[in-house]
Design a protein around this ligand. Structure first.
Ligand SMILES: NC(=O)c1ccc[n+]([C@@H]2O[C@H](COP(=O)([O-])OP(=O)(O)OC[C@H]3O[C@@H](n4cnc5c(N)ncnc54)[C@H](O)[C@@H]3O)[C@@H](O)[C@H]2O)c1
Length: 254
């Protein structure tokens, strides 16, 4: 995918499974990357391991000024911004709908919905300045399907699909493409947390029941998700706008 050459991409949740894999893959394909997450240490280490064309920065996506700092870093270090990967997210608490405290709902929405909104708002002037660009929001199969016990998370991920569709309609005429990446269960920390919360002593059984619903018979990998994100940033995806891009092993096919 040489069409990533010269592009500058800012990434949130860059210390997590999907975020780090995407940063590494985009950089390997020739992009410069601003890798951000809540703490500076892990993203600075990733950037250092990549060398030239990579910068690590602490960004809390729930803070408007932090999102702005991410965009400023892209402009200062690499003179432009071509894409943002609004990928930071939290799974929140697992349990019945009515058992969740207000604060639990608010925390999930603050990161998964308002974090995305603030990221888009911060990036737009720079994307316009670049003459267009690509916004990729990490939603989930939980943005397209209900899942028992995960109502705040599922509701927040549906919200990002709605936001993406509005943005795609509004920004398409300016050459700014907006899409969601919708992974199924990924072999990483977040699924371990969901499995262990759903059944504290038998998380493995939860994994087995998820896996039984996936035609490929396994969770997808961080790298398989990253490949879709990188595609959506690349020129190869120039016609892709306003859609949900599943990497789910076939979960949603049935
Ligand atoms: N893991 C899965 O099975 C799965 C499936 C579908 C969608 N997703 C989504 O993929 C995205 C990436 O998750 P992941 O699977 O890599 O899990 P992860 O937990 O490894 O990564 C999430 C990252 O987001 C960061 N983050 C959390 N709150 C933040 C905040 N306020 N500001 C900045 N960063 C913050 C975390 O520090 C973490 O590094 C999330 O949006 C998640 O909801 C994951």
């Amino acid at each position: 995918m040489s069409s990533m050459k010269g592009k500058v991409i800012a990434i949130t949740g860059g210390a997590g499974g999907i975020g780090e894999a995407t940063a590494r893959m985009a950089h390997a394909e020739g992009a410069s990357v601003v890798i951000t997450d809540q703490k500076a240490g892990p993203v600075e280490a990733i950037a250092e391991s990549l060398g030239d064309g990579a910068v690590g920065l602490a960004v809390d996506v729930t803070r408007r000024e932090d999102n702005q700092r991410m965009v400023t870093a892209a402009l200062e270090h690499f003179s432009r911004l071509d894409g943002v990967f609004l990928n930071a997210g939290i799974e929140g608490e697992v349990g019945p709908f009515e058992s969740r405290a207000d604060a639990a709902w608010e925390k999930v929405f603050a990161v998964n919905v308002h974090g995305v909104r603030l990221g888009v708002e911060a990036a737009l002037p720079a994307l316009r300045q670049a003459g267009g660009g690509s916004v990729v929001i990490t939603s989930s199969i939980a943005g397209l399907r209900g899942l028992s016990g995960l109502s705040p998370y599922v509701s927040s991920k549906h919200a990002t699909v709605g936001m993406m569709r509005c943005l795609a309609a509004e920004l398409g005429p300016e050459g700014i493409r907006v899409n969601t990446l919708n992974p199924g269960p990924v072999e990483n920390r977040m699924m371990r947390s969901i499995e262990d919360q759903a059944n504290p002593s038998h998380g493995k059984e939860v994994k087995e029941s998820f896996t039984a619903r996936i035609p490929l018979g396994r969770y997808v990998t961080n790298e398989e998700c990253a490949a879709m994100a990188v595609f959506l940033f690349s020129d190869a995806a120039s016609g892709c706008n306003g859609n949900t891009y599943l990497v789910d092993g076939g979960f949603c096919a049935q």
